[in-house]
Ligand binder design. Structure first.
Ligand SMILES: O=C(O)COP(=O)(O)O
Length: 223
């Protein structure tokens, strides 16, 4: 079976904060609410759009109206790749992994259609053989079934897969799914979110860490 890497999307492959922030602020403006800062919006990201909106509306002590979810998605999907870019160094890593015959997938809490739109707009689709979005299944990360069901799209088992992500949900899902797991330092989470897992300081470190994870060769660091 080909070795497989499952990437988280936001904060791991792409820096999407600016477009999420802009879409949320357009939504808030349409509700006559003040804007959020980028730092505030970043703290709302990680558990999918419904939770992002819950956090935003509760921060404004406002009840969420029934159209908020679809209005946000309309705003976001219209400009999902306006300012979002792959993190520096990600594309060369994807090329290297492809050359080494790694199968690559994306497992994200972003809704599937928005995730697909973004991957297409950035030219990233051809790298990936499966995508599991935040609404693709009845569950999402940190539930390990989100990873397992994404892997199942290509008949891949967890013991051939390494999960790579920047958020405690990625780490929790990866470990509970029985995948080797790597935490990325360049994203929106903190290394303290990932006790006991391998940590990548930069994308360029990923190919070696992935090979090591697969071989189970490197002792797991506690940092
Ligand atoms: O949409 C989110 O909240 C986070 O998405 P992610 O799982 O790709 O980090």
């Amino acid at each position: 079976m080909r070795p497989t890497v499952i990437f988280d999307l936001d904060g791991t492959l792409v820096d999407s904060r600016l477009d999420i922030c802009d879409a949320l602020n357009r939504l808030m403006a349409s509700r006559l609410q003040p804007s959020f800062t980028l730092a505030e919006v970043t703290s709302f990201i990680g558990d999918g759009v419904p939770v992002l909106l819950q956090r935003a509306f509760s921060a404004r002590q406002l009840e969420q109206d029934p159209a908020a979810l679809s209005d946000f998605l309309t705003e976001y999907e219209a400009k999902a790749a306006e300012r979002t870019r792959p993190f520096p160094g990600i594309i060369p890593v994807l090329d290297e992994l492809r050359a080494r015959d790694w199968q690559m997938m994306v497992c994200t809490n972003k809704p599937e259609r928005a995730a697909r739109l973004l991957l297409e707009a950035l030219g990233l689709c051809p790298y990936f053989s499966a995508l599991g979005g935040g609404d693709s299944f009845p569950i999402r990360k940190p539930d390990p079934r989100h990873l397992l069901l994404t892997l199942a799209k290509t008949g891949t088992s967890a013991n051939h897969a390494v999960m790579v992500g920047d958020h405690h949900n990625d780490v929790a899902a990866g470990l509970a799914a029985g995948c080797q797991t790597i935490f990325c330092r360049w994203g929106y989470g903190e290394p303290s979110d990932a006790p006991g897992v391998r940590i990548a300081g930069a994308p360029a470190e990923l190919p070696k860490l992935l090979e090591d994870a697969l071989a189970g060769m490197v002792p797991v660091s506690s940092k």
